[in-house]
Design a protein around this ligand. Structure first.
Ligand code: ZN
Length: 166
């Protein structure tokens, strides 16, 4: 596995604002990408990562919530219920956090590393992270969803503890 470099908004790379492409088939290349993304997410202390954040325009996301790791290709929201508003950050937007309203409970479906369709059900942080990562695949950054006036600067060291850096 390899730690990949994370694209940040200051790079002005269109990959962060472009809709990503569906993965036709989960092959060894996609599995390697998933594994490298997990390594990168751990290295950066994030709870989620989307392929465009490592400069790959494919619909692939990884998450780690409560010691569980998820690797999904072509994730789609099946259900989105209730709402939660809370602080959110992003590994591609270092130094900024903002309050974002997300669904409280979600069910998402996608294809796992073995090419099998699975469903992921979650609430709270997992639900927030899934929505944040699927947004990345559609070229949407959390800053465009932040409650007006809530975006604020934060020192990097605070990120893993007080907000969801995804
Ligand atoms: Zn993000």
């Amino acid at each position: 596995m390899a730690v990949l470099s994370i694209v940040v908004t200051a790079d002005h790379n269109d990959v962060l604002t472009t809709k990503a492409t569906r993965v036709p088939r989960v092959d060894d290349g996609v599995r390697k990408l998933m594994d490298d993304m997990v390594e990168t997410m751990f290295s950066a202390n994030g709870v989620g990562l989307a392929a465009p954040q490592v400069n790959v325009p494919w619909r692939v996301i990884v998450l780690r919530v409560e010691n569980q790791i998820y690797q999904l290709a072509n994730p789609e929201m099946v259900r989105c219920e209730g709402d939660q508003t809370g602080p959110e950050g992003c590994l591609s937007v270092p130094g900024l956090v903002g309050d974002v309203t997300r669904c409280l409970r979600v069910v998402a479906k996608g294809v796992n590393r073995h090419g099998k369709e699975i469903r992921v059900k979650g609430d709270g942080l997992l639900a927030r992270a899934i929505q944040h990562e699927i947004d990345h695949l559609d070229g949407i950054l959390f800053t465009s969803r932040a409650v007006e006036g809530s975006l604020r600067e934060i020192v990097k060291e605070e990120v893993p503890d007080v907000v969801t850096a995804v």
